[in-house]
Design a protein around this ligand. Structure first.
Ligand code: NAI
Length: 349
């Protein structure tokens, strides 16, 4: 089913409002999800609404949160999100970080006690559209083995970065620190297809190509991805006084309780370090340079990081977004689930 951005936004916002979210918060969540879908990052788009709606309905997302800011220094602040929708707190915290960075050159803003906040590219692009560099990281459910381990400890702890080029162009890089997202394993299960044995491990910690035997995901590049996950968990969890490692709440454990997750935004104003116009020109130049690198066998062109999704975004802006029928059918229905996700074991077959 192909839908326009506007229609998808309306469907998501209506469903979340029906579940109990205020219209203003539902609109922000819809913005972030549509941003993901329009870029082709469907794992963090409308398909999440079913779960979000159940959590809202069960009280695990505070629909009337009291956001409080603590300005802890000239360049640092912490927003307590009171376990409201993570998207709303993360967006507001980035607006705050942008203001601090414009004043002081750099901002580090922690977001404490929030729910899932979706695709982090949304927040770093807020900064880049203001002519600033944005970096954002966050905690997520423990489902990844540490290098050499057989039990999950860290989450898929993503890292996102965006910087402004000339005009309205941006470079956006946004990745989970796991080889593949959990959604890709579910997809392989639904099709009864084998997965590459570099994605995940079974209950003994051995690499597996059977999606039904998956017990935990693997970090990117072995010990290096493992180290990145550790950095993300320290900076967006321990630094903010939050539960860390395997103590981080799991997405489905108890939908009646807030998740207490952490996120950290870092924003840099390039004009405090170099000439802004030269910076922006050189960002555009680096994008061009990368596109002009001789492609390897099997590749038509080298894309700059994130360009694959920039291309999809342009196509979807023009032609509409392809949403899988099940997701569309759910959005247009009156259904809010009461017990589909609560206490669900993400690894259960
Ligand atoms: P991915 O593996 O699809 O892409 C990772 C990065 O590589 C992207 O920036 C992408 O544009 C770039 N890329 C991929 N192919 C490329 C190519 N051929 N040329 C140039 N660049 C290329 O993304 P992943 O790791 O599956 O993450 C998806 C989303 O999940 C992200 O938005 C992330 O923020 C989100 N996420 C959110 C979490 C949360 O708890 N809020 C947890 C984990 C992930």
């Amino acid at each position: 089913m192909k839908v326009t951005k506007q229609k998808l936004h309306k469907l998501i916002s209506t469903k979340l409002t029906r579940a109990g979210l205020t219209t203003s918060h539902a609109d922000v969540v819809a913005d972030v999800l549509v941003h993901a879908d329009v870029r082709g990052v469907h794992s963090h788009g409308a398909m999440r609404v079913e779960y979000y709606a159940e959590r809202i309905e069960k009280g695990g997302t505070n629909v009337n949160p009291n956001f409080t800011y603590e300005q802890t220094g000239p360049c640092s602040a912490v927003l307590d999100g009171d376990n409201g929708a993570g998207h709303v707190a993360a967006k507001q915290a980035m607006e705050h970080a942008v203001n601090i960075a414009k004043e002081n050159g750099i901002a580090i803003v922690g977001v404490r006690r929030i729910g899932h906040s979706g695709a982090l590219s949304y927040y770093v692009q807020q900064a880049a559209r203001e002519g600033l560099i944005g970096l954002s990281i966050c905690q997520s459910d423990p489902m990844v083995v540490p290098f050499g381990g057989a039990e999950p400890y860290y989450g898929t702890n993503p890292i996102a970065f965006a910087a402004p080029g000339e005009g309205s162009s941006l470079i956006t890089f946004d990745m989970a620190t796991t080889v593949q997202a959990w959604g890709k394993i579910l997809h392989a299960r639904s099709k009864h297809e084998a997965i590459p044995d570099t994605w995940a491990v079974d209950k003994n910690g051995a690499n597996t190509s059977d999606p039904f035997q998956v017990h935990a995901l693997l970090p990117i590049a072995g010990p290096k991805g493992y180290g990145l996950m550790m950095m993300v968990d320290i900076l967006s969890g321990i630094l903010l006084g939050l539960p860390f490692g395997s103590r981080v709440s799991s997405m489905y454990n108890d939908l009646t309780e807030g998740r207490n997750l952490g996120q950290l935004h870092i924003v840099i104003d390039p004009s405090f370090f170099t000439d802004l116009e030269t910076f922006r020109r050189n960002i555009t130049q680096t994008m061009r340079d990368l596109n002009n690198i001789k492609p390897a066998p099997g590749f038509d062109q080298v894309l700059y990081p994130g360009q694959n999704y920039d291309i999809i975004e342009q196509e979807n802006e023009a032609n509409g977004i392809e949403i899988v029928d099940e997701v569309y059918d759910y959005l247009v229905s009156d259904v809010i689930h009461h017990n589909k996700y609560n206490h669900k074991d993400p690894f259960a077959t």
